[in-house]
Design a protein around this ligand. Sequence first.
Ligand code: ZN
Ligand code: CU
Length: 425
Amino acid sequence: MYKVDAHTHDDIALLRRPGMDFKASQGVTTVVTGNCGISPAPLEPDTPTPAPISLAVDGADARYPSFGAYLDALRRQPAALNVAPLVGHTTLRARCMAALDRPANADEIAAMQAHVREALDAGAFGVSTGTYYPPAAAATTDEIVAVCRPLAGSGGVFATHMRDEQDAVLDSLQETFRIGRELGVPVVVSHHKVTGERNRGRSAETLAAIDAARRCQCVALDCYPYTAGSTMLHDDPVRLQGRVLIAHSEPEPGMAGRDLDDIAREWGCSKLDAVKRLQPASAIYFMMDEADVQRILAYEPTMIGSDGIPLGPKPHPRLWGTFPRVLGRYSRELKLFPLETAVWKMTGLTAGNFGLEGRGTIAEGAWADLVVFDPDAVIDSATYDEPQRAAPGIEVVVVNGEPVWQAGQGTGARPGRVLQRRRSG
Ligand code: ZN
Ligand code: CU
C-alpha cells in the first residue's frame, strides 16, 4: 500500500528535514502541502507574514517569489517523500494586498489571479483557503471565486479550512459547495470537524449536507483521528475556551507542552497577557467530541490527513501518529471499519481525489510507493506528553522504488518527486 497524507503543512520541512522522519515513519509516501491558505510562495523577502502564515513561513529561507521557484527548490534538493503542493489564498493576499482586514479590490484580485495562473502552470495541484483565520476572514465568497477562476478546467482542486467549524458550520459548507459549483471544480473540506460544546453531535447534520451536495458535485473531505486541534495561538478569548496546551513559543520555548492556564497562574497574569508574551506561538486546543470524530472518520468518503505542524519540541501528536492511530486504534481495536477501508482512506481514495496519476493502487506499471506493515502491531505511540515518537509496526517504506524507512529508521535515500497534476478536470 501507499499512503498519501491528504493535509499537511510540510512545505518547508521537505527542504529543511528532507528525511521527513515524522511522516516516513508512519508509512506516508506523498504529502499534500500548501493547506489552510498557507504556502511559502509567492512571497517577496519583505512581504509581511502574519500568523498563521508564520507557522509555515518562519525565516528568509522559507519564502519564494514564485511558485515555480519553490518547486525548483524541491526538485534541486529532493526529500524522501513525494509532494503534491497547493498554493494558499492567504499567502496571495499577503503578497498582493496593502491591508488584509477588507475584501480585495479589482486590481488586487487581478494580481492574485495572475499568481494562481503562474502556480498552476508551474504545477500546483490547486488552491487552498483559510477564511477561518484573521488575514483571510474579510475575503468574500466572490473574492475567492474570482481569485480561483484559473482553477476552472485546470484539473486542480479547491481545498478549504472553512470560515466556521462551530455554530455556522452548515453555512460554511454551503459557501464551500457554492465556490466549487461556480468554478466547476472538485472541493476538499479540510480537517472536517464540529467544534464547541453546544455543537456536539452536529457531524450528523454536516455529513448529511455533504451527502446531499455529493449528488450534484465533487466534494471530498479529510479528517485527523484526535479530539484536539492545533494551530496558531489565538488572542481571541472565544477561541481560547477549554483546555489549551502550548505547542511552540518563539520567545518562551520552555513553555512548550505546558497548559496555558498554568502558565498564566505561574506568571500571575491573565490568560490574554500570557498569550501576548508567548507570541509568536502555536497551541493545541481540546475542542471536539470523540463521537463526532468517529462519525466523520467512518464516513465513507473521508480521507485521512494529519494536519501536523512540524514545529518545536511538543507538536500535536498527529504529526507522528495519525496513520498508525487510524490503523491500530480506530480500525483494529475499535473496529470502526475494516483494515481494507482504513487503507483505502489513506491511498486510492486520496490519490483519486487529488489526481495523483499512477499512485495509490498497487498495479503493474504503477509507481513503486509501498509500505510493509504488521496489521497486528501497528499503533500510534506519539502522545501529548511525548509527541515525537515513531510508531511500531511500520517495517519498510518504499518511495519510487527506493526504501526510505527501514528497521525503525530513515535510510537517507531522497527519491521524492514533485508530482504532476492531471491536466483535465
Ligand atoms: Zn486548517
Ligand atoms: Cu491545516
